[in-house]
Structure formats: structure tokens, C-alpha cells
Design a protein around this ligand. Structure first.
Ligand SMILES: O=C(O)CCC(=O)C(=O)O
Length: 272
């Protein structure tokens, strides 16, 4: 635990291997499969499919559903995540314990939690160099946060793993520009350090925690399967979110009655 905290503070990130048990991963994967099945039914009803590919593998099925409509592929699920199977991941005891050490006892799930199905060779899924704080505001360097990213398939350079610039969390919020689909860090800030990028090649069950100020990107997927992943963030709940949304309280000493207490309660809430 000490090494994890030291890496998080000094480099801006730390990898934790094998933290998530198969039961947690399976519950999340099951919910993702249900989501995909719902999309298949919907597209079939719309007349955009002649087959719903029920037997296609998890890493492939979405590709089939959108084969003839690359501009319609989903790139991110957010409001869809209030289903019971996601709670065990977002409220995982080991992650909340770590967040407690880094952030203190008041912990909210920040209103930025996602599942990303990164489809191959689709520019809409290539997340450019950015800081998460860059999407929030220039003042977001005051936010005390612990960001989390984890894959549902093994990730590597070929299928679009994350890349980080170690130490970049110490440089404040830098200027971002709007590109076609995402914000990107201004060239003056990323070009001089781009060669220092480290690849985060990890397996299902592993997580990487990182700073809200970390320079990072998600590489393009050049494999022939989907790179499924989740990302979410914990924040010191005594602070404002600096967004119009409020997130959800997961741990609290001062208002224990206000926390999301279990998967059923989570499923009744909304992305907010
Ligand atoms: O998953 C990706 O490719 C990018 C994710 C990301 O940028 C994030 O979690 O902040």
C-alpha cells in the first residue's frame, strides 16, 4: 500500500495487479452483455440489422451490430450504468479503502463514470492527450481526486491501452484545444514530453489509479476485437464537483445515512 501511495504522489499513477475478483468482473461483463443485447434488439426493430448475432463473443458482437453504420457506434455508456452489476466495481472495498487513505473519509463517486467499448479503427474512440481536469475547468487543480481505469479484456498497444506521462500531474491545468471529437492538450505542452509516455498494459482484474491532472490518452484500437474498459473517479466529498452534476456518496463519517448502501439502491439512482 505504501508503494502504491508513493507512486501515486510522485509519478501521478500506480498500477494495482489482481485487485478485482472474478465475481466483480463477471457481474460487470454481464451488465455490458445485457446492454449490447438491448442495442441489438433495438437496431433489429429499426430495420438496421437482419441478424442480432446472439452467439457472437463479447469482444466482437458490437462490431457486428454496427458493421454498416460506423458513425453510429456507441463510444461510451454513462446513464446506462445504474444497474446492479456495476455497483460492486464502483464501490469495491479495496478501492474505497485506498481512496480513504488518499482523500479522507468523505468519498463521492465523481459524476464522470463510464464504460467504453473501443471499437477497432474508429477515430471516434481515439481519446487524445488530455487531463481530466482540462474537461472540468481551469480551477479543477483544487479537486482532490483518485481516478480509476480498468479493462475487461487484456489491453496493450495494439488494442488501445492508455498512455501516461509520469510526473505531469505536478504541472497544473494546462491549455486544451477542441479537436474533432475530444479536447487535446496544446502542442506546446505535450510535444516536449510525449517521448516520456508509458504504456499501461494490464489485465482484467488489474486497475490503474491516476491523478485528475495526469497527461494521458487512450491509443487507437488496431486489433480486430473490442477493447472494453471502465473508468471512474473518487473525490473528496467535502469539495464541490465544479460540474453541474453531483455524483453519489459512497463513504461518509459525517452523513452515513446518505451513502448509496447497496446494488439495489445504486440501480434506482441516475447518472447525476
Ligand atoms: O479509455 C480510454 O481510451 C480513455 C479513457 C480516459 O481518457 C479516461 O479515463 O480519462
Amino acid at each position: 500500500m505504501e508503494a502504491v501511495i508513493r507512486n501515486f504522489n510522485e509519478n501521478g499513477f500506480a498500477i494495482l495487479r489482481g485487485v478485482l475478483e472474478p465475481v466483480t468482473l463477471e457481474a460487470v461483463k454481464h451488465e455490458c452483455e445485457v446492454l449490447v443485447a438491448e442495442l441489438a434488439t433495438h437496431r433489429y426493430a429499426e430495420g438496421k440489422l437482419t441478424d442480432t448475432y446472439p452467439d457472437a463473443a463479447f469482444e466482437i458482437r458490437l462490431i457486428r451490430l454496427y458493421e454498416n453504420y460506423p458513425d453510429e457506434t456507441p463510444t461510451i455508456f454513462r446513464s446506462e450504468l445504474h444497474r446492479e452489476g456495476f455497483f460492486g466495481m464502483f464501490a469495491h472495498p479495496a478501492l474505497l479503502e485506498l481512496a480513504g487513505i488518499i482523500l479522507g473519509p468523505e468519498i463521492r463517486l465523481y459524476p464522470n463514470y463510464s464504460v467504453r467499448p473501443k471499437l477497432p479503427e474508429n477515430r471516434r474512440t481515439e481519446v487524445l492527450w488530455h487531463q481530466d481536469a482540462g474537461y472540468t475547468s481551469k480551477e479543477a487543480d483544487v479537486l482532490r481526486m483518485m481516478n480509476v481505469w480498468t479493462p475487461l479484456v487484456p489491453v496493450n498497444v495494439e488494442n488501445g491501452c492508455m498512455e501516461f506521462i509520469p510526473g505531469s500531474h505536478k504541472w497544473g491545468v494546462v491549455p486544451h484545444e477542441k479537436d474533432e471529437y475530444y479536447l487535446r492538450i496544446h502542442d506546446d505542452y505535450i510535444k516536449p514530453v510525449e517521448a516520456d509516455a508509458v504504456r499501461i498494459e494490464i489485465l482484467p482484474g488489474d486497475v490503474v489509479i491516476f491523478s485528475n491532472l495526469m497527461f494521458h490518452r487512450g491509443l487507437p484500437n488496431r486489433a480486430s476485437h473490442i477493447r472494453w474498459s471502465l473508468d471512474w473517479r473518487y473525490q473528496d466529498a467535502t469539495q464541490p464537483t465544479l460540474r453541474t452534476t453531483h455524483g453519489h456518496l459512497l463513504h461518509s463519517q459525517r452523513a452515513p445515512d446518505m451513502i448509496v448502501k447497496d446494488a439495489k439502491a445504486w440501480a434506482q439512482l441516475e447518472f447525476s
